[in-house]
Design a protein around this ligand. Structure first.
Ligand code: RIB
Length: 305
């Protein structure tokens, strides 16, 4: 099992469940309110750890009660937090999340996550040396993401990038990425493509992009440039928050497996993650994933191309 270094955001998720999303200017009554640990970086770290990887995290929280609780939760999962910095006088990142019929809408206030600098990464160079694989997202400053990619390259470690929330990415950064994991919208944003033109990008960056597509599963192009689809696993969804993060955590945990099997495991882990409330609530252990896969039908479909 891999040693995974995650560089990314750590948020407290403030979650409201409601029967319907409010329209602009409308007030609706909610059904429930809860707080859950979240943030794309922390979620991906927890996903990889639950699946059995050794995980270290580089991040930044504020010197508030949320920050203390969030670091405590990461420690409780068995994640190495020695490189999670506490920024003085800054609030921890929060996400306000509205969940309705298993769908969500999210507003993130980055807070301390935007205090994570390239200097923090250089101070943690030993963590790059110790990792088998480095995993990052875009809820921290882009300069820090670029520094993470550079350090991963200097240490000869594969750099996996989940480009969420999406922004256009420079070629210099893309050139460093061993695997990019956008959804369809993020892919269009990263490459400034017309939406819907994803097939050509998958073929161009064959074996270096896996695109998630919700109920349509995940897509990638194999070494011969053939498009392949891993169909989605059917489950009863309670809360889809963190499904993409579970996918990414699983990719990092199982990195090194043949690509179709890697994507199959990531899709299965992601499916299990939506069966409980909270971004991290449904993330499976390695044993739960193995049992789920044993009971599920195999399949990576060749899709022509
Ligand atoms: O991907 C889900 C995550 O996005 C949430 O946990 C929230 O904190 C936001 O970062």
């Amino acid at each position: 099992m891999n040693s995974v270094l995650v560089i990314g955001s750590i948020n407290m998720d403030l979650v409201v469940e409601t029967g319907q999303f409010p329209a602009p200017g409308e007030t609706v009554l909610g059904l429930r309110f809860d707080t859950y640990p979240g943030g794309k970086g922390a979620n991906q770290a927890v996903a990889a750890r639950r699946l059995g990887a050794q995980v270290a995290m580089i991040g930044c929280v504020g010197d508030d009660a949320f920050g203390q609780e969030l670091v405590g939760r990461l420690n409780g999962e068995g994640i190495d937090t020695q490189h999670v910095r506490v920024a003085k006088g800054i609030r921890s990142g929060v996400a306000t999340i509205t969940v309705s019929q298993a769908e969500n809408s999210i507003v993130v206030v980055p807070g301390a996550n935007h205090q994570l600098t390239p200097a923090d990464l250089h101070a943690a160079a030993g963590a790059f040396a110790a990792a088998d694989v480095v995993l990052c997202q875009l809820e921290i400053p882009l300069a820090t993401v670029a520094a993470a990619a550079d350090l991963a390259a200097q240490h000869g470690k594969p750099f996996l990038l989940n480009p969420a929330p999406a922004t256009q990415l420079p070629q210099t950064l893309l050139a460093r990425v061993a695997m990019l994991t956008p959804n369809e919208h993020e892919l269009a944003t990263v490459f400034s493509n017309a939406p819907g033109a994803w097939q050509a990008q998958l073929v161009k960056y064959r074996q270096r992009i896996v695109m998630t597509r919700g109920a349509d599963g995940a897509w990638f192009a194999d070494a011969d440039g053939r498009l392949r689809q891993q169909t989605a696993f059917r489950v009863t969804a309670i809360d889809t928050t963190g499904a993409g993060d579970t996918f990414n955590g699983a990719l990092a945990a199982f990195w090194g497996l043949e690509q179709a099997e890697l994507v199959r495991r990531a899709c299965a882990a992601s499916a299990l993650s939506v069966t409980r409330a909270g971004a991290q609530g449904g993330m499976p252990t390695g044993e739960a994933l193995t049992a789920f896969l044993a009971a599920a039908a195999p399949a990576t479909a060749a899709a022509g191309g």
